[in-house]
Design a protein around this ligand. Structure first.
Ligand code: ATP
Length: 460
């Protein structure tokens, strides 16, 4: 009997335990249902957020593309080939100034008028019936003087400084961040201010352009949009149709011994160009550019006994490669900004020089006229979207000089070109000034496409 009671007691305990367990199980089941419900809600929220992020990313890409397209269209409207004329100031000299007239920067009219200095020879030549005349009062005498007129996109007078000039080209520099190739040339006779415009350490176009590129890529909005950029620099010289590396003095000294060859190689599929063996430096900040400019200048001096003469007789090209990557939008860009200080444009008569000087003269004459021919041919070969096309081109003579061959993909396709024609302010330089302006007029006088594809002819 006692055992029976104990047995009953145990059964009672177990049933109590069972009851407690099943009620706990029920609680757990309820909790689990609540947790499942919460997980489901979190999943739904997550899905909603993913969809929203995808939507925002798509909007971001399309807005970024729209912004880039608008920027590009704005640049297209200004023209794919632009020419700016810059007049150098007269410094510490009593040289007689050339008589020139041009509008101030706010004037719509962009014409420069240059009065031909009167010489007895000219007076005899033109007599009293010149083709293009005006009254020119010189020391009380009435002379008829020829006036030459040229029209450019901008004309900068003697008191314009480099910073004001850079303001005008800063938008163009920006297009290289968007994967465009840009060429900025300085063309003019020796001493007209090409190097001052391009490479002046304080505020030349090279340090200013690099400064702007760094400012833009370090801007927080660019980073927010997901873009990372790397910047690389090369500095080369083309002298007598031969390439020299201005960032590697050993190579220059040992060129012959080591037979290092700097050859231009094109990749037509990707429209990219490399120069074999040429040094390339990753630019990490703007201070590196000043070091590069000083180094390049020293290397130029090593290559020649008379450094000034060498700089006048060769083309120097600062090539900045801007590589952009956006993991958010899975986009990649690569743009090249070429800043080019051309050899002095003064035309030495080939009959008056011999030997090394004759070779130099022929090389400069050939490459500068080839540059003019190429730009002119490209200008007449625009596609309806305003881009120069090589594929549907009539023959464009890129191969006729190292300079144009090297710049083939930077002058055509998705590219922009700007030329500074620099002129000195003196009467004594009149003939060369006229030659420079005529060359620049040929470059500027190309048919260009505006954004809606219609063609207009300039400067007729
Ligand atoms: N806008 C300017 N303001 C002040 N000085 C200038 C300006 N332009 C040129 N110069 C000065 O005039 C001189 C000749 O200029 P620069 O060396 O730039 O000429 P260049 O055309 O590059 O000549 P080269 O073909 O020999 O290289 C230099 O002493 C330069 O500092």
């Amino acid at each position: 009997m006692e055992n029976y009671d104990k047995f009953n007691e145990k059964i009672k305990d177990k049933s109590l335990l069972n009851q407690s367990l099943s009620s706990n199980l029920q609680i757990l089941k309820n909790d689990s249902a609540i947790i499942d419900e919460k997980i489901q809600k979190i999943k739904e929220n997550l899905q909603y957020n993913i969809t929203q992020t995808e939507k925002i990313n798509k909007e971001l890409i399309s807005k970024e593309n729209l912004r880039r397209n608008l920027h590009n269209q704005y640049q297209d409207l200004k023209g794919n080939i632009r020419v700016f004329c810059r007049i150098r100031p007269s410094i510490n000299t009593n040289e007689k100034l050339l008589s020139m007239e041009f509008p101030d920067e706010f004037d719509e009219n962009k014409e420069i008028l240059i009065k031909e200095p009167i010489t007895m020879e000219k007076l005899n030549q033109f007599g009293t019936n010149p083709i293009n005349t005006t009254n020119y009062n010189n020391r009380g005498n009435n002379y008829n003087s020829v006036i030459h007129s040229f029209e450019f996109d901008r004309i900068f007078g003697m008191d314009t400084n480099n910073a004001e000039i850079f303001d005008e080209i800063s938008q163009l520099v920006k297009t290289s961040l968007y994967g465009f190739n840009v060429c900025i040339f300085a063309y003019g006779q020796t001493g007209s201010g090409k190097t001052y415009t391009m490479s002046n350490l304080k505020d030349g176009m090279i340090p200013k352009a690099v400064n702007q590129i760094f400012d833009t890529i370090n801007d927080s909005t660019i980073k927010l949009k997901g873009w990372n950029y790397k910047i690389y620099g090369q500095f080369l010289e083309i002298y007598n149709e031969t390439i020299h590396d201005l960032l590697n003095n050993n190579n220059n000294k040992d060129d012959k011994k080591k037979k290092l060859k700097y050859e231009i190689r094109h990749d037509p599929l990707n429209e990219k160009t490399i120069i074999t063996n040429l040094s390339e430096i990753e630019l990490l900040d703007v201070d590196m550019v000043n070091e590069i400019l000083i180094k390049a200048n020293n290397n130029r001096s090593v290559a020649s006994t008379k450094s000034n003469e060498r700089s006048s007789r060769s083309h120097s090209i600062f090539r900045i490669k801007i590589v952009g990557e956006n993991p958010m939008t899975r986009e990649n860009t690569e743009g090249i900004l070429n800043l080019i200080d051309l050899a002095g444009s003064e035309r030495l008569s080939q009959s008056q020089v011999t030997g090394e000087r004759l070779k130099e003269t022929q090389a400069i004459n050939k490459s500068l006229s080839c540059l003019g021919d190429v730009i002119y041919a490209l200008g007449n070969n625009n596609t309806p979207n305003g881009h120069n096309s090589i594929s549907n081109s009539n023959h464009i003579p890129f191969r006729n000089s190292k300079l144009t061959y090297l710049l083939q993909y930077s002058l055509s396709g998705k590219s922009k070109t700007l030329m500074f024609v620099t002129i000195p302010p003196f009467e004594k330089n009149f003939n060369e000034t006229l030659n420079s302006l005529r060359f620049a007029k040929k470059v500027n006088n190309t048919k260009i496409c505006n954004a809606n594809g219609s063609r207009k002819k300039r400067n007729e």
